[in-house]
Design a protein around this ligand. Sequence first.
Ligand code: C5P
Length: 232
Amino acid sequence: MGKDVIIACDFNGKDECMKFLDRFTEEKPYVKIGMELFYSAGPDIVREIKKRGHKIFLDLKLHDIPNTVKKSMAVLSGLDVDMCNLHAGGTKAMMQAALEGLTRPDGTRPLLIAVTQLTSTSQERMKEDLLIDRPLDEVVMHYAKCAAESGLDGVVCSPLEAGKVHEVCGKDFLTVTPGVRFADGDVGDQVRVTTPEKAKEIGSDYIVVGRPITQAENPVEAYRRCVREFVG
Ligand code: C5P
């Protein structure tokens, strides 16, 4: 499986996003479209970015009853995205239904990735709010295993967890990892960060990089640096 850098296009609206992508005249980076942009610009933004030749990770984190998720995934699959995701907390039945919905009549489908526990969830909140007593890393690995057993392609996790996920779920099970910063860059609000080089060493398959590229003085150069350090 080829390694790649995915740019998190966390912009408020379509115009800002397109202006950003216009800067890339030589390469067509893989882009992540999240809820904010999708809800403001609608499905058309996916079609437009796809038409420009970019691969798309549609980060909508679905979580509902299996039938609703199955039908919604069929819609996303029709948008021709390359990767989409859901919450593993929706259970194996939901994950399996999602896969069915995603699969096109010709048997092809986008990659399907699970969110385990959000990185914003602490051990304490998990215990108090969700009544889950087990250690957080054990819960994350269990959810990853459930995702693998349901036939999913991988999980979103911290680059620092990528090695362990591969140990538990196999080397072909994908790890898509945000929380990446250049060694000499700003950490911002991310807590557990690592560099593109280190993420490569630990075994991330895809790194998701937002502000170190989108807020850079020269985003194209920052993207190229990420690719150089991560893909080599
Ligand atoms: O700007 P930055 O590089 O921090 O962006 C990381 C992207 O990955 C954002 O879109 C953020 O929402 C997303 N993300 C994350 N941590 C997770 C899951 C998603 O930072 N656990």
